[in-house]
Write a protein that binds this ligand. Structure first.
Ligand code: FAD
Ligand code: UDP
Length: 370
């Protein structure tokens, strides 16, 4: 008899497996339909021996000391600050938009103070910031919005920024200084030996059994367990009874090139050209030295593996209906990006999983599955 059946071996499932096994001495079975652990953060050495992220670039960053210290139990880190260039008007310029972006784009030599005035003169006044369009035009005006955000967002999400919650483009700030880092979090680093190695360390405990290539539905009536932790798509759990929740998908096109370095920065965004949104060169992320280099193109699409919940009001309404079912489901706990339909970064998922663990371990009595 397992105490927990955990569905999904990504961050949400693996953190809970580790905590329940080591802190509560619970017996855990963790299953995943995929043939590997790590969920979307899975990385592996490709056939040329280059460490790549199968599901697109994953850069760890957090302001949470708790999350960083927790993950540090399972990995050493490589210092890494992420930087991105955008291909706009035939030039490669820093994104997030900063002082150098403006000066390069317009051939100017503005100071930080002057660029602040320049952007203020372009910005549109908005009484209320509601959408992903509002966020950007209220800071940098319509022209820069069109150059950097509108088409990238339409490609990535399949809808116009005016139809997406403000939270989506608000992930990318605007700066008037020369800071060209993508993130400004206190902790920014990559697992020294990769994510998969870190997950292996987390799950290496005699109380944890791992079953890959397995949908939980195949085993849930055969293998006895007391409670379930579910990290897959929440609509799928309830057989889409209220209709499908939109998740955005991507097709990843991986390539290895016979050159040591391919592009001048880890990621190049292509807002206006091409069907793909961005190209990542993994050696920047991993620090690996190799005579060849591996890159990945991301082509957004509607169908395929669910990667991104789509933050917009009608989807939030639909999710509310599923959440009501989830809250009422006895003996099942929903956690993670797909199961709680939240556009969460890795650190937010770890924090959410640690919070659920705290809740489970504080329960005074044990409520077995009804
Ligand atoms: P997942 O990793 O999706 O794990 C869920 C697992 O459940 C999957 O492995 C799935 O196979 C399994 N599963 C689903 N249904 C079933 C079933 N029926 N039976 C058995 N198993 C099932 N975050 C960052 O912090 N930094 C980044 O740079 C970053 N970049 C990203 C880039 C891309 C392209 C994407 C898509 C995401 C990125 N993220 C990034 C977000 C990050 O991937 C997630 O926050 C994190 O991986 C979510 O973990 P999770 O456990 O909730 O879900
Ligand atoms: N975005 C954009 N242009 C860019 C970078 C980002 O329009 O050059 C928008 C786009 O809608 C994207 C969102 O901002 O989906 C969040 O960007 P982020 O890089 O955080 O996306 P993720 O890494 O989660 O795919």
């Amino acid at each position: 008899m397992f105490d927990y059946l955990i569905v999904g071996a990504g961050f949400a499932g693996s953190v809970l497996a580790e905590r329940l096994a080591t802190q509560q001495n619970k017996k855990v079975l963790i299953v995943d339909t995929r043939n590997h652990i790590g969920g979307n953060a899975y990385d592996h050495y490709n056939e040329d021996g280059i460490l790549v992220h199968k599901y697109g670039p994953h850069i760890f960053h957090t302001n949470s000391r708790d999350v960083f210290e927790y993950l540090s139990l399972f990995t050493e880190w490589r210092r890494y600050e992420h930087r991105v260039l955008a291909s706009v008007d035939g030039q490669l310029v820093p994104i997030p938009i900063n002082l150098d972006t403006i000066n390069k784009l317009y051939g100017l030599k503005l100071t930080a103070f002057e660029v602040e005035e320049f952007l203020a003169s372009l910005a549109e006044t908005k009484d209320y910031i509601r959408t992903s369009e509002d966020v950007v035009v209220s800071k940098v005006g319509r022209e820069l919005y069109e150059k950097f955000f509108r088409n990238y967002t339409r490609k990535q999400w399949g809808v116009d920024p005016s139809e997406l919650d403000k939270s989506v483009t608000a992930r990318v700030p605007t700066r008037t200084n020369r800071d060209d880092r993508y993130f400004t979090d206190t902790y920014q680093a990559m697992p020294l030996h990769g994510y998969t190695r870190m997950f292996e360390q987390m799950l290496a405990h005699p109380n944890i059994k791992i079953m890959l290539n397995t949908d939980y539905r195949e085993i849930q009536d055969v293998i006895p367990y007391k409670e379930m932790i579910y990290t897959g798509p929440v609509d799928g759990f309830f057989d889409y009874c209220y209709g499908k929740l939109p998740y955005r998908s991507l097709e990843f096109k991986h390539e290895t090139l016979n050159e040591e370095v391919h592009q001048p920065q880890a990621v190049i965004n292509y807002p206006n050209e091409h069907l793909y949104t961005r190209v990542t060169e993994f050696k920047y992320l991993t620090g690996q030295e190799h005579l060849k280099t591996s890159i990945v193109y991301e082509y957004p699409q509607a169908e395929g593996d669910p990667y991104y919940p789509v933050p917009r009001p009608e989807n939030a309404e639909l999710y509310k209906q599923y959440k009501a079912l989830a809250d009422a489901e006895p003996g099942v706990h929903f956690v993670g990006r797909l199961a709680t339909y939240k556009y969460y970064n890795m650190d937010q998922v770890v924090a959410q999983a640690l919070a659920l663990h705290a809740q489970l371990s504080n329960r005074s009595s044990w409520h077995p599955r009804e």
